[in-house]
Design a protein around this ligand. Structure first.
Ligand SMILES: [Fe+2]
Length: 336
């Protein structure tokens, strides 16, 4: 385990040290993102990095007890200034080609630089700020700005509060995503860091709000993060805003394991199979037989498809809608 672990740490450390320096020397967070972008592109182009990212993910044995989510995140680095993760986006087996992967959404005060490190990429739609039409009905007007394909090694910056949406990729696509609050380091940075680890951001936030720490801790609670096109039957056009964020639910661990092995196989990292068994040896794994079975399948060259959890990860109406429905609901004289 030692040799693998130290090798991936060295590979990733070479880049994260440069990103640390970018954040230390930058005038502000926007400048830091600008400086970090070429480093992320270099990472994406370095064939040693993807195996190192997956090895780091494997080294944390709890990975194998993770519950499923439509995308699969792997932590690369965390600091008080930023979080760097790899995100695997999976294709949709069936359904219209222009299906959206998630709602039209923004990330509040977080800045995002994303580089496509593996796969064909996905279509990315960018919008202007949502303008309320009728707040009693949560109805908004959202102007279209641009769309493009996030092709291999492409770098894209997503500004704070910038509404955007993603169409399902045609094949597995893995991005390296650098996140930072646009503000100087705040408690929020630390919460974000913890969230990636444990998914407890909401709990911490609720607790902080209960304690009346909202102002002190600089916790904003914006009302709307997610929007979806109004249905044809509504008799109006525009987009409904979600007053409360309704994320995808977590699915069974069995589905997660299947998707994890899909990522390992499709990125050509079969060589990491022995490392999995070194890392989970003696640990309390929920489905050890399944891990063994998929590992055997990968060794035998049997293809393992990705897995969306039944009934909760696809066809969620406020998340998965067609780009055609978005077009229909854009303000007049604002064709995409
Ligand atoms: Fe996003």
């Amino acid at each position: 385990m030692g040799s693998h672990a130290s090798r991936y740490e060295a590979t990733l450390g070479k880049y994260t040290k440069q990103i640390d320096r970018a954040f230390a020397q930058a005038r502000d967070k926007y400048d830091a993102h600008r400086r970090a972008e070429p480093i992320l592109v270099e990472m994406a182009r370095d064939p040693e990095v993807m195996p190192a990212v997956i090895a780091k993910h494997i080294a944390k044995w709890q990975t194998f007890n993770t519950k499923n989510f439509p995308s699969l995140g792997m932590n690369i680095a965390m600091s008080p200034h930023y979080v760097l993760v790899a995100n695997a986006f999976f294709p949709l087996d069936e359904g219209p080609e222009d299906m959206m992967f998630n709602a039209i959404h923004h990330h509040g005060d977080l800045l995002l630089t994303t580089v496509n490190a593996f796969g064909p990429g996905y279509e990315h739609w960018v919008f202007g700020k949502a303008r309320p039409i009728d707040l009693d009905k949560d109805l908004f007007e959202i102007p279209f700005q641009e769309k493009g394909i996030h092709t291999l090694y492409n770098a894209a910056f997503v500004d704070a509060d910038q509404p955007h949406a993603v169409v399902y990729p045609k094949a597995l696509t893995v991005t390296f995503a650098l996140w930072a609050s646009k503000k100087p380091v705040t408690w929020r940075d630390h919460v974000k860091r913890i969230r990636v680890l444990r998914g407890r951001e909401k709990k911490l936030k609720d607790l902080a709000l209960k304690l009346g720490l909202r102002k002190t801790l600089d916790l904003k609670v914006p009302e709307y993060f997610d929007y979806y096109p109004v249905p044809d039957s509504a008799g109006t056009t525009g987009f409904y805003g979600m007053r409360k964020r309704a994320q995808f639910e977590r699915g069974p661990n069995e589905d997660y394991i299947q998707s994890f092995f899909n990522v390992l196989q499709e990125t050509g990292n079969e060589k990491l199979l022995p490392f999995i068994f070194e890392c989970i040896d003696g640990k309390k794994i929920d489905n050890p037989e399944l891990v063994r079975r998929y590992a055997a399948d990968v060794r035998a060259g049997k293809r393992i498809p990705n897995k969306y959890s039944e009934g909760i990860h696809t066809n969620v109406p406020h998340m998965n809608f067609r780009a055609a429905a978005v077009l229909k609901n854009l303000p007049k004289q604002n064709a995409a």
